[in-house]
Design a protein around this ligand. Structure first.
Ligand code: NAD
Ligand code: ZN
Length: 355
């Protein structure tokens, strides 16, 4: 499967195919002339796949450096960004050289921001290896690190030259990560509606996800690409992709590392939909279908210790949200997302109101 993404003046392909990693040398060589390449991965992914990718790139004539960092969200930090950039400088990287981000969403966000900022920007190729990255984060051009306890506070829009998705690598992904990433598939399918939602609604086991990876990844990425192409930066169109994320990010922060990103987003989508269905904005059947589909694959849909007031306080305390409007994304029907900009205090009142 080949999906073309075109944003502003740039255009790149997303290739999705089982076994692609075995051809990564030739594929990268279609984009880049010989140069220095840094393959950046977290320790887990490095141990499994970095060597293979490095060898392939060397075979087609690149001078390759492997850079590694500790796995986990804590590595999306300014200090990690600085240390990677320092390693590039030490290896005498120039603006003509390139970075391959080989890993999950943390790697894509971190290595992507290194690529966006090192000498004001070097070339980038994304090779997503987690389910979350293969269905969502590797496309759309968002890169970031966390700062001052605010997620993604410092970042840039930076498009890669190529995205290579090989679903075969999911064979080594821990099951919890597979299920967490699937929250983004359910989110995207709910926004897209139609066939995609019908397909995703029927998925009940991790084995079913693994049977359908190529199709699910292609559909999720094609939908995201369509939205991003219509609206690269955060206009009202692109904001639909944040469905469940305002509350979800609060849940993720409050859970202090106990919940994966996708798990927190699952709780966020359900909390929002159930609340808005009480207010009559979302039909009860939509909230119920969404909840059943998320719970059916094993995602959390409530987090008892995370009550709505605590989530709202967390949203309020994020510097990013101070004084700002919140864009509430909600689903009056599958396939028909709506974005409603509301003043923060109004949103607080709606979300907290008891009936
Ligand atoms: P992650 O990158 O930490 O990967 C999850 C875990 O899986 C890690 O331990 C990693 O080492 C391991 N792993 C990855 N691929 C593997 C494989 N093939 N085999 C074995 N282990 C493997 O986390 P994630 O869930 O992929 O991404 C979450 C991050 O993505 C968050 O920081 C989130 O903010 C970000 N995100 C970004 C965007 C975007 O548009 N840029 C969108 C959604 C999420
Ligand atoms: Zn997300």
């Amino acid at each position: 499967e080949k999906i073309l993404v075109q944003v502003a003046a740039r255009q790149y392909e997303v290739l999705i195919e089982r076994g692609l990693l075995a051809h990564v040398g030739e594929l990268v060589a279609t984009q880049w002339s010989p140069r220095k390449v840094a393959v950046i991965s977290d320790q887990n992914v490095a141990a499994l796949y970095q060597q293979q990718v490095v060898k392939q790139l060397e075979t087609v004539g690149f001078e390759v450096f492997s850079l590694r960092f500790p796995a986990g969200e804590a590595s999306k930090s300014l200090s990690r960004l600085a240390s990677l950039a320092a390693q590039l400088a030490q290896a005498h990287f120039t603006r003509d050289d390139g970075i391959v981000a080989l890993g999950g969403g943390v790697t894509g966000d971190l290595a992507g921001l290194v690529a966006a900022t090192y000498m004001r920007g070097v070339r980038l190729i994304q090779i997503p290896t987690s389910w979350l990255a293969q269905v969502d984060s590797s496309v759309g051009g968002k890169t970031a690190v966390n700062l001052a306890h605010v997620k993604n506070l410092l970042g840039a829009f930076y498009e890669p030259d190529l995205v290579l998705v090989d679903p075969a690598v999911l064979g080594t992904l821990p099951q919890r990560e597979l299920i967490a990433g699937h929250a983004e598939v359910i989110k995207t399918a709910a926004l897209a509606g139609g066939d995609f939602w019908q397909l995703v609604k029927e998925i009940r086991t991790p084995a079913q996800i693994l049977e359908l990876t190529s199709e699910l990844s292609a559909r999720a990425i094609a939908f995201k690409a369509k939205v991003v192409m219509a609206d690269e930066r955060e206009g009202s169109q692109r904001q639909i992709l944040n469905f469940g994320h305002t509350l979800g990010h609060a849940v993720e922060a409050l859970a202090q590392g106990q919940l994966r990103h996708g798990e927190a987003i699952s709780v966020g989508m359900v909390a929002l939909s159930q609340r808005l269905s009480q207010l009559g904005w979302v039909p009860a059947t939509v909230a119920a279908d969404l909840t059943t589909t998320l719970a059916g694959i094993g995602l959390p849909v409530t987090a008892p210790e995370l009550q709505m007031p605590a989530m709202i306080d967390k949203i309020a305390s994020d510097k990013k949200n101070r004084g700002a409007n919140l864009n509430l994304v909600y689903l009056p029907q599958f396939g028909q997302p709506k974005v409603k900009p509301v003043a923060f205090e109004q949103a607080r009142a709606w979300l907290l109101e008891t009936i």
